[in-house]
Write a protein that binds this ligand. Sequence first.
Ligand code: ADP
Ligand code: MG
Length: 538
Amino acid sequence: MTASASQAPPSPDPLRSPLLDMQDIQISFGGVPALRGANLSVAAGEVHALIGQNGAGKSTMIKILTGAYRRTGGSVRFEGREIDFRSPKAAREAGISTIYQEINLVPFRSVAENIFLGREPRRFGLIDWRTVQRRAAELLESFGLQVDVKKPAGSYSTAIQQMVALARAVSADAKMVIMDESTSSLDEREVELLFTVVRKLRDDGRAVIFVSHRLDELYALCDRVTVMRDGQTVAQSTMADMDKRQLVTTMLGRTLAAVVEGDTAEREVHLARRGEAAISVRKVGARPLVNDVSLDVHRGEAVGLAGLLGSGRTETMRLMFGADPLERGTVEIGGETVALKSPQDAIARGLAYLTEDRKGDGIVPELSVRDNLTLVCLRTLAKHGIVDRKQQQAIVERFVASLGIKLRSPDQPIRELSGGNQQKVLLARWLAAQPTLLLLDEPTRGIDVGAKADVAKIVRDLRDAGLAVLLSASELEELTAVADRAVVIRDGRTVAELNGAAMSETAIMDAIAWGSEGQSALAEAVDAAHPEDSRHGS
Ligand code: ADP
Ligand code: MG
């Protein structure tokens, strides 16, 4: 900004002297820029939402602020002074407390000890335990909480533990409290309780940075918002000046005019031709993330499961696959109500589930491509515990050819393959088990553009071959390119079903933003859309 303040346009930022001012922050990992000029300004006495898609750079921004990472460019001012914390401890001592989802309490120590750990009041050089306990109890009472502060912190729920962490921040007189996705594992009642405490911190004049993907939470709690995308800050605004649709479109980086629609006519043809329902999910729920989800997937169709991160997509798929127990609702597979006890049960009924976490629960890095590929079908290949090598080789060759997997040799460890080729091997692993229903969670995440196109084509071919496919993708463009229709979930509830020509990125974003507002009983709406299963086709 130039010297002449009178000529400068009015600042869009209502903050004259923010508590925290991060400007033009830069950092790279292994030569890849993660932050490319990101800004964040937060005032005392506000709850500030920091939002953006997975990988946008929110946590990196926070880690730079708290001294966990060192920035390579940009400036950070806290209380008007340029700062560069060398460690999280230095940040804490300057008054910045961070509360992560995995809470950093010592579980076997008492609640009281955790609140004052390292800062215990002393008398004659000795820790004054009675005062520790009294002050801890008083603090939690001021939050409206009655807990036995002598009990181990680990004996309480995540929600209570978070409040203990907040009490710790207050007792340390933190000026700023950062909550990075700390509500994602809480249920609605616990979130409400936590919000009461957060509002109290704000009213005491502290600043709170709140990272969450749940839109309703943001509007219920936050005063202002910073939106990040691809390592940059793309919007800063008051919550009141940004409606949900603007928030979602800014986050996803799509202007509505630029939205390209898929081939709607083709979708209608697929839907008209689809076969019977391979799976019918009705009003299922399981705490904390799935509240009320209903959906069907028919043979010969690809259904997109849309929703923001944290909306319950993965958890819904896990319920469908028997990986988590169902608390409410019913699942029908092939017209029969089933109670899946395990993924093995689901596999036996023709289900396959490609998880979003390729590295965590997908590949076995040290095993060969061959062994990775045949991991699921191995049981049928093994007679009397002995694997039929010839048959195994034939399966591997068939899928390497049909999916275009690029490798040196099937004996090569899978970790040596590119992400896209690893993903194809995992897909082949499931296809080799000859499933009727494929659950694909973010099948194109983290793979290069060419591999993305390949995977999309494979999925379309499988659908055309009569498989039932349910797939999630955070990129709506990728979802609408493959799916014939979309089921939108928000906060663990089915809020819309958009079929064929009615499915567009705009319509999905509207559903994500507005959900079922104005609509009631949406499970009924889903039921009404399927008065009876169509039995034609295949
Ligand atoms: P968000 O919290 O918004 O989901 P992150 O800040 O975690 O996003 O990540 C932003 C980008 O920085 C991602 O591309 C991520 O892969 C990368 N990144 C973050 N931390 C590291 C790290 N320690 N090493 C390599 N890459 C990282
Ligand atoms: Mg993060």
